[in-house]
Design a protein around this ligand. Structure first.
Ligand code: GTS
Length: 207
């Protein structure tokens, strides 16, 4: 398998964390795509992923799978433990919901803030910016942090009692938050304590 990757990228980190959790890194060849040079917007890469984003998984038969959630589901179905996407129908439903919420309320808004209200990847790549939209998304992400703080006051992990793909997506959000210097609000104590615990996991620590 190949993963088209960018080593400091928060979204690619989600897949690298999932691979490390499943101990599958040795089965993957990482191919670096330089975001700062806009390599992900060139025709050669767009042929692999129409959306022009990283990461992308390429299977040995030439199939391309984009989107972190889809790639994580593929990896999870391959082999071993921990199970990241749920065992029972209920677990699968809850994990998928919380994972989507982590994208909608935290990680994606921070990404929009980065691309629209900061210099982002620079003028060559950021051909359209709308700073007002970016700032609204920053505020949405801050609300998302408060939401996940409330969730984590009631349970040890984002989707319940066990570590899952939803935790990985919130971790991706907090990696991106640190990159854009958007601190977790002081009062979000449960979210901060959870993140400290997550950073002790070898899969996260070794990013
Ligand atoms: N929905 C996609 C997913 O879940 O895979 C989003 C992927 C995404 O936005 N990836 C970022 C990207 O390609 C990579 S990184 O910012 O985390 O490094 N961004 C480049 C761009 O121009 O949007």
């Amino acid at each position: 398998m190949k993963i088209y990757d960018w080593p400091t990228g928060p979204y690619p980190a989600r897949v690298r964390i999932a691979l490390a959790e499943k101990n599958l890194q040795s089965r993957v060849h990482f191919v670096r795509i330089n975001l700062w040079k806009g390599e992900h917007k060139k025709a050669e890469f767009l042929a692999k992923n129409y959306s022009g984003t990283l990461p992308v998984l390429e299977l040995d038969d030439g199939t391309f799978i984009a989107e972190c959630t889809a790639i994580t589901e593929y990896i999870d179905a391959l082999h071993g433990t921990p199970i990241l996407t749920g065992r029972t129908p209920r677990e699968k439903g809850e994990i998928h919901m919380m994972n989507k919420r982590a994208e909608l309320e935290l990680l994606d808004p921070i990404s929009v803030y980065f691309h629209h209200a900061t210099p982002g990847l620079g003028p060559e790549v950021e051909v359209y910016q709308n700073s007002e939209w970016g700032l609204r998304q920053r505020d949405k992400a801050l609300s998302g942090m408060h939401y996940f703080d409330t969730v984590l006051r009631a349970q040890p992990f984002v989707a319940g009692k066990e570590f899952s793909m939803a935790d990985i997506t919130v971790i991706g959000g907090l990696i991106f938050a640190a990159l854009v210097k958007l601190p977790v609000p002081e009062e979000c104590e449960a979210l901060k304590a959870w993140y400290q615990r997550m950073q002790q996991r070898p899969s996260v620590k070794n990013q």
